[in-house]
Design a protein around this ligand. Structure first.
Ligand SMILES: Nc1ncnc2c1ncn2[C@@H]1O[C@H](COP(=O)(O)OP(=O)(O)OP(=O)(O)O)[C@@H](O)[C@H]1O
Ligand SMILES: [Mg+2]
Length: 492
């Protein structure tokens, strides 16, 4: 519930921010538009009426013999204003002092106008946007037209025409404002509203996914290690979801790794303390006897004790090695390094290795390999270990003059490997426990042997990590067959 609220709060925060932003943009847009349109209108006004002052000079000679002819100027300027009521005409002397003017209602407040913009205007021939003093509004700037009255190459006066009179301007402003409001304003409002709607939709879509992400992260945080964010193709926050999922996988992998290491440690400690006790006690006992009673013992006795001690150390060594191997397998520390290899070659190798032991026991060890050499896909050294343990068992439990066979059967996808002997067989009641660790079947057979009861447990584990099960068929006094299947390697 909490995470839900937090993501909803997030949603509203973004929506409010977006709305605020759009309102600001809307205001800014309206202000800028009004301002620019005003300037644009004025610039056009100035350009269109740039030479109006020149015309006035050409029309009426305001100066006659150096003196201002006010009646003439009044008349002509009156006419001009009748035609174009938006203008106000001023006559300035060479210093910018207003000598005469025609303006509605005669509300002129300035006595003198700044000449700098006027001179700039004349120099640019009216091609530049320039604003000058408005004699009726001190401090306000307006567009104008101007021309100099030149006598004897000296400018003695200026005609200065303000292009939008106060009344005209206020009227135009009204029209302009309502126009903007009606047309531009509506269009702008529409644009802003659709932007807002689209924005909210986008935010909703994004935060909706965010909701899923937050929920999943919280579930993971609460200990649900399998929680993953569903990733849809092309979603906006997919990268985040994928990154989180990968991170979660890594964390889970690390935890599992740590767990399996911990299991390995525990197994090893437990097994070592339990299993090493017996051989160690044996060694201890015999060595102690040898030391304490050394003068009372015959040479034969001494030899016998030493032999037992040596055998016990062998047993100890084998036990430690196999325990470690099995512990690693059980703690999932061993990952099969699968590769294609010829199974026939491995079997010949094994046969060669056990040749001598077989000869000693007068056992025939044969391998029946098919004519087609088949490749399997597995970890070669682990499979070698499996075959070693199976052949080792067969040799150990099969009496003299027995027979051991290693066979390969090809099927479509699999290669079946069989290790069979014609030994004593395994009693039915033992079969369920055969692959358990420390299961030593018939004590009479194995008592004097170097047995740990770990061989078949290791075989089962190795095949398990290959996803392979081992099969067993056995008949008492007839023999035993162990078999398993490995996947054939399809060479491309
Ligand atoms: N080919 C076989 N014929 C008869 N009995 C067998 C055969 N293979 C295994 N067994 C029985 O299964 C038991 C368990 O075998 P496993 O290989 O696990 O232990 P082990 O051979 O006794 O000891 P280790 O292999 O550690 O030296 C054996 O003790 C034996 O009784
Ligand atoms: Mg064995």
């Amino acid at each position: 519930m909490n995470n839900h609220n937090s993501s909803k709060g997030f949603f509203w925060k973004i929506v409010i921010t977006l709305t605020g932003l759009l309102v600001v943009v809307g205001f800014a847009y309206v202000l800028i538009t009004i301002n620019l349109s005003e300037k644009y209108v004025q610039e056009r006004n100035q350009r269109l009426n740039a030479d109006i002052a020149e015309h006035i000079i050409a029309e009426v000679k305001p100066y006659v013999g150096g003196l201002l002819d006010t009646t003439a100027t009044d008349e002509i300027m009156g006419h001009m204003m009748a035609i174009n009521p938006s203008i106000e005409v001023y006559i300035l002397d060479a210093d910018g002092v207003i000598l005469n003017y025609v303006a509605p209602y005669k509300k002129v407040k300035l006595e003198r106008v700044d000449l700098a913009p006027i001179q700039k205007f004349i120099a640019s021939k009216g091609q530049q946007y320039i604003e000058g003093d408005d004699p009726r509004n001190p401090g306000k700037q307006k567009v104008f037209s101007a021309a100099g009255i030149v006598e004897d190459e000296r400018t003695i006066a200026y005609i200065y025409v303000i292009l939008a009179s106060e009344e005209y301007e206020s009227a135009s402003e009204k029209v302009f404002n309502s126009y903007i409001l009606k047309l531009g304003g509506r269009a702008m409002l529409l644009a802003l509203l659709s932007a807002l709607a689209l924005g909210i939709l986008a935010i909703w879509l994004i935060t909706k996914n965010l909701d899923k992400i937050i929920t999943t992260v919280k579930r993971f945080q609460a200990g649900e290690m399998s929680a993953r964010i569903p990733v849809k193709e092309g979603g906006g926050i997919n990268d985040l979801a994928i990154a989180f999922n990968e991170m979660a996988d890594t964390i889970v992998g690390n935890i599992e790794n740590l767990k399996s290491m911990e299991n390995l440690r525990r197994e090893l400690v437990g097994n070592v303390s339990h299993d090493l006790r017996t051989p160690l006690a044996v060694i201890h006992g015999y060595v102690e006897t040898l030391m304490m009673k050394s003068d009372q013992l015959t040479i034969e006795e001494r030899k016998k004790y030493l032999k037992i001690t040596l055998e016990s150390t062998h047993r100890l060594k084998k036990l430690v090695e196999e325990l470690f191997e099995l512990s690693k397998l059980e703690a999932k520390q061993v990952k099969p390094k699968k590769e294609p290899f010829f199974i026939q070659d491995l079997i010949s190798d094994i046969c060669q290795k056990f040749e001598l032991v077989a000869q000693k026991k007068d056992i025939t060890l044969t391998s029946a390999t098919s004519p087609t050499r088949s490749m399997v896909y597995a970890d070669v050294s682990l499979i070698e270990r499996v075959l070693q343990n199976l052949v080792d068992n067969a040799l150990k439990f099969t009496p003299k003059k027995g027979q051991i066979m290693l066979e390969i059967d090809n099927s479509d996808q699999y290669v079946e490997i069989k290790v069979s002997d014609n030994g004593p067989g395994i009693p039915k009641e033992q079969i369920p426990f055969l692959f358990d660790r420390y299961h030593i079947g018939d004590k009479r057979i194995s008592l004097d042997n170097n047995n740990t009861g770990l061989g078949l447990a290791i075989v089962k584990k190795i095949l398990e990590i290959h996803n392979v099960t081992i099969k067993l068929s056995s008949k008492l006094n007839k023999g035993t067959t162990f078999s398993f299947q490995l996947p054939q390697y399809e060479s491309a």
